[in-house]
Design a binder for this molecule. Structure first.
Ligand SMILES: [Zn+2]
Length: 319
Protein backbone atom coordinates (compact mmCIF):
# COMPACT_ATOMS: atom_id res chain seq x y z
CA UNK A 1 0.00 0.00 0.00
CA UNK A 2 1.04 3.60 -0.60
CA UNK A 3 0.35 7.13 0.65
CA UNK A 4 0.06 10.44 -1.20
CA UNK A 5 1.36 13.73 0.21
CA UNK A 6 0.79 17.15 -1.38
CA UNK A 7 2.38 20.48 -0.56
CA UNK A 8 0.30 23.23 -2.20
CA UNK A 9 1.87 26.69 -2.12
CA UNK A 10 1.01 29.88 -3.94
CA UNK A 11 3.85 29.26 -6.40
CA UNK A 12 4.65 25.56 -6.29
CA UNK A 13 2.62 22.36 -6.21
CA UNK A 14 4.46 19.21 -5.11
CA UNK A 15 3.05 15.70 -5.01
CA UNK A 16 4.78 12.70 -3.45
CA UNK A 17 4.00 9.02 -3.51
CA UNK A 18 5.36 7.32 -0.40
CA UNK A 19 5.50 3.78 0.87
CA UNK A 20 3.54 2.57 3.86
CA UNK A 21 6.30 3.70 6.22
CA UNK A 22 6.26 7.24 4.84
CA UNK A 23 9.41 7.08 2.71
CA UNK A 24 9.09 9.24 -0.43
CA UNK A 25 9.34 7.21 -3.66
CA UNK A 26 8.21 9.54 -6.43
CA UNK A 27 7.98 13.33 -6.33
CA UNK A 28 6.34 15.54 -8.98
CA UNK A 29 6.86 19.33 -8.86
CA UNK A 30 4.89 21.87 -10.91
CA UNK A 31 3.99 25.56 -10.83
CA UNK A 32 0.66 26.08 -9.03
CA UNK A 33 -0.54 28.75 -11.50
CA UNK A 34 -2.60 30.14 -8.62
CA UNK A 35 -3.55 33.29 -10.53
CA UNK A 36 -5.67 31.21 -12.93
CA UNK A 37 -8.13 30.46 -10.17
CA UNK A 38 -9.59 27.65 -8.13
CA UNK A 39 -10.91 25.30 -10.83
CA UNK A 40 -7.62 25.45 -12.69
CA UNK A 41 -5.56 24.74 -9.56
CA UNK A 42 -7.79 21.84 -8.49
CA UNK A 43 -7.48 20.38 -11.99
CA UNK A 44 -3.69 20.67 -11.74
CA UNK A 45 -3.63 18.89 -8.37
CA UNK A 46 -5.75 15.98 -9.62
CA UNK A 47 -3.63 15.68 -12.78
CA UNK A 48 -0.37 15.82 -10.81
CA UNK A 49 -1.58 13.04 -8.49
CA UNK A 50 -2.52 10.88 -11.50
CA UNK A 51 0.87 11.54 -13.14
CA UNK A 52 2.80 10.80 -9.93
CA UNK A 53 0.88 7.54 -9.44
CA UNK A 54 1.53 6.53 -13.06
CA UNK A 55 5.23 7.35 -12.73
CA UNK A 56 5.35 5.35 -9.50
CA UNK A 57 3.45 2.43 -11.07
CA UNK A 58 0.83 2.50 -8.30
CA UNK A 59 -2.94 2.38 -8.99
CA UNK A 60 -5.12 4.74 -6.88
CA UNK A 61 -6.80 1.68 -5.36
CA UNK A 62 -3.48 0.83 -3.65
CA UNK A 63 -3.30 4.22 -1.84
CA UNK A 64 -4.52 4.34 1.76
CA UNK A 65 -4.93 8.10 2.09
CA UNK A 66 -3.96 11.49 0.67
CA UNK A 67 -2.72 14.33 2.90
CA UNK A 68 -2.47 17.91 1.62
CA UNK A 69 -0.92 20.92 3.35
CA UNK A 70 -1.73 24.44 2.23
CA UNK A 71 -1.52 27.98 3.59
CA UNK A 72 -4.08 28.97 6.20
CA UNK A 73 -6.67 29.76 7.16
CA UNK A 74 -8.02 26.24 6.71
CA UNK A 75 -10.39 24.18 8.85
CA UNK A 76 -8.99 20.64 8.95
CA UNK A 77 -11.85 19.11 10.91
CA UNK A 78 -14.41 20.44 8.40
CA UNK A 79 -12.11 19.71 5.43
CA UNK A 80 -12.47 23.33 4.32
CA UNK A 81 -10.08 25.81 2.74
CA UNK A 82 -11.24 29.15 4.21
CA UNK A 83 -9.40 31.91 2.29
CA UNK A 84 -5.59 31.65 1.85
CA UNK A 85 -4.21 34.99 0.68
CA UNK A 86 -1.99 33.45 -2.01
CA UNK A 87 -4.62 31.11 -3.52
CA UNK A 88 -7.14 33.46 -5.12
CA UNK A 89 -10.66 32.06 -5.55
CA UNK A 90 -10.32 29.54 -2.73
CA UNK A 91 -13.00 30.65 -0.30
CA UNK A 92 -14.83 28.06 1.82
CA UNK A 93 -13.86 25.27 -0.56
CA UNK A 94 -14.62 21.70 0.65
CA UNK A 95 -11.27 20.44 -0.64
CA UNK A 96 -11.33 17.08 1.19
CA UNK A 97 -14.53 16.15 -0.62
CA UNK A 98 -13.40 17.53 -3.99
CA UNK A 99 -10.04 15.71 -3.93
CA UNK A 100 -11.55 12.46 -2.64
CA UNK A 101 -13.96 12.55 -5.57
CA UNK A 102 -11.34 13.69 -8.10
CA UNK A 103 -8.61 11.20 -7.19
CA UNK A 104 -10.60 8.28 -5.77
CA UNK A 105 -8.38 8.48 -2.66
CA UNK A 106 -9.59 9.51 0.79
CA UNK A 107 -8.18 13.05 1.19
CA UNK A 108 -7.38 15.14 4.27
CA UNK A 109 -6.19 18.74 4.36
CA UNK A 110 -4.30 20.65 7.03
CA UNK A 111 -2.43 23.91 7.51
CA UNK A 112 1.06 23.64 5.98
CA UNK A 113 2.88 24.97 9.07
CA UNK A 114 1.22 22.30 11.21
CA UNK A 115 2.18 19.58 8.76
CA UNK A 116 5.76 20.86 8.79
CA UNK A 117 5.65 20.48 12.58
CA UNK A 118 4.34 16.94 12.18
CA UNK A 119 7.03 16.12 9.61
CA UNK A 120 9.85 17.37 11.85
CA UNK A 121 8.28 15.52 14.78
CA UNK A 122 7.99 12.18 12.98
CA UNK A 123 11.08 12.21 10.79
CA UNK A 124 13.24 15.25 11.49
CA UNK A 125 14.70 17.44 14.23
CA UNK A 126 11.73 16.95 16.56
CA UNK A 127 11.86 13.20 17.04
CA UNK A 128 11.20 12.26 20.64
CA UNK A 129 9.80 15.66 21.66
CA UNK A 130 6.15 15.55 22.72
CA UNK A 131 5.77 19.34 23.25
CA UNK A 132 7.05 20.87 20.05
CA UNK A 133 6.54 24.14 18.21
CA UNK A 134 7.65 24.62 14.64
CA UNK A 135 8.12 28.30 13.79
CA UNK A 136 8.70 29.48 10.25
CA UNK A 137 9.85 33.00 9.42
CA UNK A 138 9.83 33.73 5.70
CA UNK A 139 7.43 35.87 3.63
CA UNK A 140 5.04 35.45 6.56
CA UNK A 141 5.39 34.06 10.08
CA UNK A 142 3.52 30.98 11.26
CA UNK A 143 3.75 28.04 13.60
CA UNK A 144 2.62 24.47 14.00
CA UNK A 145 1.91 23.06 17.43
CA UNK A 146 2.27 19.54 18.78
CA UNK A 147 0.94 19.12 22.28
CA UNK A 148 1.28 15.77 23.99
CA UNK A 149 2.62 14.45 20.70
CA UNK A 150 -0.61 15.38 18.87
CA UNK A 151 -1.24 18.15 16.34
CA UNK A 152 -3.14 20.99 17.93
CA UNK A 153 -5.19 23.01 15.42
CA UNK A 154 -7.58 24.89 17.71
CA UNK A 155 -11.38 24.98 17.42
CA UNK A 156 -11.39 25.92 13.73
CA UNK A 157 -7.84 25.33 12.56
CA UNK A 158 -6.32 28.72 13.34
CA UNK A 159 -4.10 27.83 16.30
CA UNK A 160 -0.46 28.74 15.73
CA UNK A 161 -1.11 31.97 13.80
CA UNK A 162 1.71 33.57 15.74
CA UNK A 163 2.42 36.04 12.94
CA UNK A 164 -0.52 38.02 14.29
CA UNK A 165 0.71 38.36 17.86
CA UNK A 166 0.78 42.13 18.37
CA UNK A 167 4.23 43.21 19.52
CA UNK A 168 4.09 46.96 18.83
CA UNK A 169 1.15 49.09 19.91
CA UNK A 170 -0.13 51.24 17.00
CA UNK A 171 2.55 49.72 14.76
CA UNK A 172 2.34 49.34 10.97
CA UNK A 173 -0.88 47.98 9.45
CA UNK A 174 -0.89 44.18 8.92
CA UNK A 175 -2.72 42.22 6.19
CA UNK A 176 -5.02 40.89 8.94
CA UNK A 177 -6.34 44.40 9.63
CA UNK A 178 -4.63 44.88 13.00
CA UNK A 179 -1.56 46.99 13.70
CA UNK A 180 1.88 46.02 14.95
CA UNK A 181 1.66 42.24 14.37
CA UNK A 182 5.04 40.50 14.49
CA UNK A 183 4.56 39.45 10.85
CA UNK A 184 4.45 43.04 9.64
CA UNK A 185 7.64 43.82 11.62
CA UNK A 186 9.85 40.72 11.45
CA UNK A 187 8.90 38.65 8.38
CA UNK A 188 10.74 38.93 5.07
CA UNK A 189 7.99 41.29 3.94
CA UNK A 190 8.36 43.36 7.12
CA UNK A 191 12.14 43.60 6.74
CA UNK A 192 11.73 44.72 3.13
CA UNK A 193 9.21 47.36 4.19
CA UNK A 194 11.57 48.74 6.85
CA UNK A 195 14.39 48.80 4.30
CA UNK A 196 12.24 50.78 1.87
CA UNK A 197 11.06 53.30 4.45
CA UNK A 198 14.32 53.79 6.36
CA UNK A 199 16.56 53.38 3.31
CA UNK A 200 14.82 56.34 1.64
CA UNK A 201 15.77 58.55 4.62
CA UNK A 202 19.36 57.30 5.01
CA UNK A 203 21.59 58.40 2.10
CA UNK A 204 24.71 56.86 3.66
CA UNK A 205 23.18 53.35 3.55
CA UNK A 206 23.60 50.97 0.59
CA UNK A 207 19.81 50.39 0.87
CA UNK A 208 19.23 54.02 -0.16
CA UNK A 209 20.48 53.25 -3.67
CA UNK A 210 18.09 50.32 -4.21
CA UNK A 211 14.70 50.89 -5.79
CA UNK A 212 12.78 48.35 -3.79
CA UNK A 213 15.14 46.49 -1.44
CA UNK A 214 14.24 42.90 -0.50
CA UNK A 215 14.96 41.06 2.75
CA UNK A 216 17.86 39.34 0.93
CA UNK A 217 19.28 42.77 0.02
CA UNK A 218 19.15 43.73 3.70
CA UNK A 219 20.97 40.55 4.74
CA UNK A 220 23.61 41.12 2.06
CA UNK A 221 24.12 44.75 3.09
CA UNK A 222 24.34 43.75 6.77
CA UNK A 223 27.07 41.24 5.94
CA UNK A 224 28.98 44.02 4.21
CA UNK A 225 28.75 46.08 7.42
CA UNK A 226 25.93 48.46 6.47
CA UNK A 227 24.77 50.00 9.77
CA UNK A 228 21.16 50.60 8.72
CA UNK A 229 20.80 47.03 7.44
CA UNK A 230 22.22 45.65 10.68
CA UNK A 231 19.87 47.74 12.76
CA UNK A 232 16.83 46.66 10.67
CA UNK A 233 17.69 43.00 11.31
CA UNK A 234 18.29 43.69 15.01
CA UNK A 235 14.89 45.34 15.35
CA UNK A 236 13.16 42.48 13.50
CA UNK A 237 14.95 39.95 15.73
CA UNK A 238 13.91 41.78 18.88
CA UNK A 239 10.23 41.75 17.84
CA UNK A 240 10.43 38.11 16.85
CA UNK A 241 11.84 37.32 20.29
CA UNK A 242 8.79 38.88 21.99
CA UNK A 243 6.47 36.58 20.01
CA UNK A 244 8.69 33.59 20.80
CA UNK A 245 8.65 34.47 24.49
CA UNK A 246 4.85 34.57 24.38
CA UNK A 247 4.84 31.09 22.84
CA UNK A 248 7.17 29.81 25.53
CA UNK A 249 4.98 31.22 28.31
CA UNK A 250 1.83 29.74 26.75
CA UNK A 251 3.05 26.28 25.88
CA UNK A 252 6.18 25.52 27.93
CA UNK A 253 7.64 23.65 24.93
CA UNK A 254 10.50 21.16 25.08
CA UNK A 255 11.63 22.07 21.62
CA UNK A 256 11.22 24.91 19.15
CA UNK A 257 12.19 24.07 15.58
CA UNK A 258 12.98 27.43 14.01
CA UNK A 259 13.03 27.57 10.21
CA UNK A 260 12.35 29.84 7.24
CA UNK A 261 14.40 31.88 4.82
CA UNK A 262 14.70 34.96 7.06
CA UNK A 263 16.88 33.03 9.54
CA UNK A 264 19.66 33.07 6.96
CA UNK A 265 20.26 36.58 8.31
CA UNK A 266 22.19 34.88 11.13
CA UNK A 267 23.62 36.60 14.20
CA UNK A 268 22.39 40.19 13.59
CA UNK A 269 18.83 38.81 13.82
CA UNK A 270 19.29 35.77 16.08
CA UNK A 271 21.27 37.40 18.90
CA UNK A 272 18.65 40.12 19.61
CA UNK A 273 15.92 37.51 19.11
CA UNK A 274 17.36 35.31 21.87
CA UNK A 275 17.89 38.28 24.15
CA UNK A 276 14.34 39.52 23.74
CA UNK A 277 12.90 36.00 24.05
CA UNK A 278 14.64 35.69 27.41
CA UNK A 279 13.37 39.11 28.45
CA UNK A 280 9.77 38.26 27.53
CA UNK A 281 9.43 34.72 28.87
CA UNK A 282 9.33 33.32 32.34
CA UNK A 283 12.33 31.28 33.43
CA UNK A 284 10.16 28.41 34.65
CA UNK A 285 8.45 28.17 31.23
CA UNK A 286 11.72 27.81 29.33
CA UNK A 287 13.44 25.33 31.61
CA UNK A 288 15.19 22.71 29.45
CA UNK A 289 13.97 24.41 26.23
CA UNK A 290 16.00 23.68 23.12
CA UNK A 291 15.82 25.73 19.91
CA UNK A 292 17.03 23.87 16.84
CA UNK A 293 17.12 24.28 13.07
CA UNK A 294 14.83 22.08 10.94
CA UNK A 295 16.32 18.84 9.61
CA UNK A 296 14.06 18.14 6.62
CA UNK A 297 14.89 21.04 4.30
CA UNK A 298 12.72 21.82 1.30
CA UNK A 299 10.69 18.61 1.48
CA UNK A 300 9.40 19.26 5.01
CA UNK A 301 5.90 20.11 3.73
CA UNK A 302 5.72 16.96 1.60
CA UNK A 303 7.00 14.71 4.36
CA UNK A 304 4.53 16.28 6.80
CA UNK A 305 1.66 15.75 4.34
CA UNK A 306 2.62 12.09 3.89
CA UNK A 307 2.83 11.64 7.67
CA UNK A 308 -0.59 13.24 8.01
CA UNK A 309 -2.03 10.84 5.41
CA UNK A 310 -0.44 7.99 7.33
CA UNK A 311 -1.95 9.23 10.58
CA UNK A 312 -5.42 9.59 9.08
CA UNK A 313 -5.24 6.23 7.30
CA UNK A 314 -4.44 4.67 10.68
CA UNK A 315 -7.40 6.44 12.30
CA UNK A 316 -9.71 5.54 9.45
CA UNK A 317 -9.15 1.79 9.72
CA UNK A 318 -10.92 -0.58 9.38
CA UNK A 319 -13.65 1.28 7.44
ZN1 LIG B 1 -1.70 40.58 11.63
Amino acid sequence: MALVGIDLGGTQLRVAIADDRGRLRTVVRRPTEAARGRQHVIGRIVAAVADALAEDGTPASRVRALGIGLPGPVDPSAGLVISPANLPGFRNVPLNRILTRGTGIRSYLHHDAHLAALGEHRRGAGRGASELIYVTVSTGIGAGLLIGGELYAGAHGSAGEIGHIVVQKDGPLCTCGNRGCVEVLASGTGIARAARELGAKTPESALHRLDSPSAEDVVRAARAGDQLAISILETAGAYLGIAMGTLVNLFNPQLIVLGGSVLKAGAPLLTPMRRSMLASSWKAARRGLRIVRPALGDDVGLIGAVEFARLRAGHARPA
